[in-house]
Write a protein that binds this ligand. Sequence first.
Ligand code: NAD
Length: 369
Amino acid sequence: MTIPGLLILPGDGIGPEVMAEVRKIIDWMGENRGLGFDVSEALVGGAAYDVHGTPLHDDTMAKAQKVDAVLLGAVGGPKYDTLDFSVKPERGLLRLRKEMDLYANLRPAQCFDAVADFSSLKKDIVAGLDLMIVRELTSGVYFGEPRGIHTEGDERVGINTQYYTEGEIARVARSAFELARKRDNRVCSMEKANVMESGILWRDVVQEVHDAEYPDTALSHMYADAGAMQLTRWPKQFDVIVTDNLFGDLLSDLAAMLTGSLGMLPSASLGAPMESGRPKALYEPVHGSAPDIAGQGKANPIACILSFAMALRYSFDQGAEADRLEQAVQAVLADGLRTADLLGQEGITPVSTSDMGDAIITKLPKVGQ
Ligand code: NAD
């Protein structure tokens, strides 16, 4: 059996700090669960610019195309704010997403009971929440033509175009159905078919893909505005939500706030299946490089650790090990361990980034039985 390849790109700011904790977990999985990865590491963002004069070296791009999954920390920082747009750290990340053609962005909203108080909603509405938003990432109104600002008569007009092909809708729908089969096997598709033709097409194509290829999955449809209301009213009704680029942008941020801290939120971006059957995949925490706390051992490594758990589940078919990792995180939080970002008024002393990583590792053998 070939050992799966994992490319690690720690990046800038707290990226290397949180990634160091993931490296410890990867080592633990190798030593204790027989899970071997062919791990390589490279630079991205400002760190790559400092060495290569570009935020993503061609060799790194080529490597990203070959491996089974890429895990990224974060990019950016004030040091690079004045750089030309073409070499800004974020360009490295955008190049990865574009050239790997990562069209499905996965944002889970998972609420660990122990930190449910951080949500802006009542605890009983969010405790135990576990939903996934699949957002189409490479088409729709952010890319459609015509676009621009021009003058009509004596006033300016701003134009953007919602544009979706059947193929673009079908492939992201497949991503959602595949994910659902690894979860509770329920998909809710959201659009605005009541007022947008592209929404009517979206609804038709998702239904067709379902009927032809995923009849075992429970599919429902909802208008995106009603979906926003339902997400705040009773989010636990959802398993997987699939939606377009614009609605996904809004709904995934809304869902993120259901769970509390930025330091807890993982994400994945998936593309077409490779020869191995695995999708092209980039896993990364939602947060940025947090320059205000970089180098101080204050960063919460959980978002990056949960991003690795997503890689275990969605790239490496190791759902049981992903469960183990998520349960270890839950157990540590239930014990009251908190990094500084998770402190409320309770007067607990925060633990460091590496203490949090070590505590999660200590729990790993005790959970997932
Ligand atoms: P940020 O996510 O880096 O930080 C926002 C706030 O959340 C800060 O107060 C930070 O200390 C805190 N925070 C973030 N992650 C945390 C963690 N793991 N543990 C504890 N606290 C955490 O967003 P920002 O300040 O707007 O941006 C900083 C830099 O990061 C900028 O250069 C920006 O362009 C970049 N950025 C990168 C990405 C990415 O790499 N995907 C995403 C967003 C922002």
